[in-house]
Write a protein that binds this ligand. Sequence first.
Ligand code: SP5
Ligand code: ZN
Length: 345
Amino acid sequence: MKLICSDQHRGHDALYEFNRGRLIPALESPARAAAILGALGEAGLGAIELAESFDLAPILRVHRHDYVAFLQGAHAEWSALGRGGDALPLAWPVRGLRDDRVPRSLDGRLSYYSFDIGTPITAGTWTAAKGAADAALTAARSLCSGRESSAFSLCRPPGHHAAFDCYGGYCFLNNAAIAAQYLRDHGSDRVAVLDVDYHHGNGTQHIFYQRNDVLFASIHADPATDFPYFLGYADETGAGAGAGCNHNFPLAAGADWAAWGAALDAACRRVDAFAPDAVIVSLGVDTFRGDPLSSFLLEGDDYLRMGARIALLARPTLFVLEGGYAVDEIGCNVVNVLRGHADAA
Ligand code: SP5
Ligand code: ZN
């Protein structure tokens, strides 16, 4: 299995996030990647290689040009205003407000391009996000060359909440979507994205919603109760040419392997029926029972079962890291998915 990481991720090191009205240390931290690297190093799944650098073209296949330009410069603009700390938005263009004009001021643009207050932009955010996209692209390239049948990219910051022109949910560039589009542009006719993160992958769904060449299937906490709140219901099945190519499996709080594994089975049957040339797994392990954001109850061994079920798809598979915030267990849980996959493949 090809294993790819980026050493740029440390530059994205937010001070705080809001939690229940208070500031707490940011959950999406460099320690997460360090823990996964440590576990991978002991797992014997393969050598860990550094991402190669791509130009912006594959990112601009998925994200709006002015959005990418904003991300590149936002923190420098923040600092130039004499402000310390991390850049955060203040307001959003919801119902009845205009979202067809990009405001001129930095504060206006932070609000325009974001959808939550939980995603700080730091001095190293752009470089880290670009490195994460490069990791996903490096892994994708190894699959489409045919030299590898499976790969893992250790992406941080994560990506599945980031849409065509907005960031949120700790995500800036949609690494899985960028990799999926790259595979489409390099010989794969159909790509499936299977999202197993605790949260709905609203960004990935949005990017591919009207397309029939990329299937999106997601298992996640019910948006009626959990972030991102405004997308991820079962009646979202795709639109236009993409009708029937989007499959959401929202689960109630308290889902254990019995409930979660049944949803994975149903999602995998949708992926099978699509007959994709490649599968991208948005791999969040925040479904873990000990995760600070999770109401699900998956145990360490369940991640072996997850990997084994995904291996039954018998397709070239790219695992892209998304969430998972129980730092002491995140390495073991990620390695278990990859090991379960490798042992069953
Ligand atoms: C990639 C990813 O996993 N992003 C998740 C972002 C979640 N941010 C908002 C979380 C709101 C949590 N509210 C507290 C619930 C504690 N049980
Ligand atoms: Zn998540």
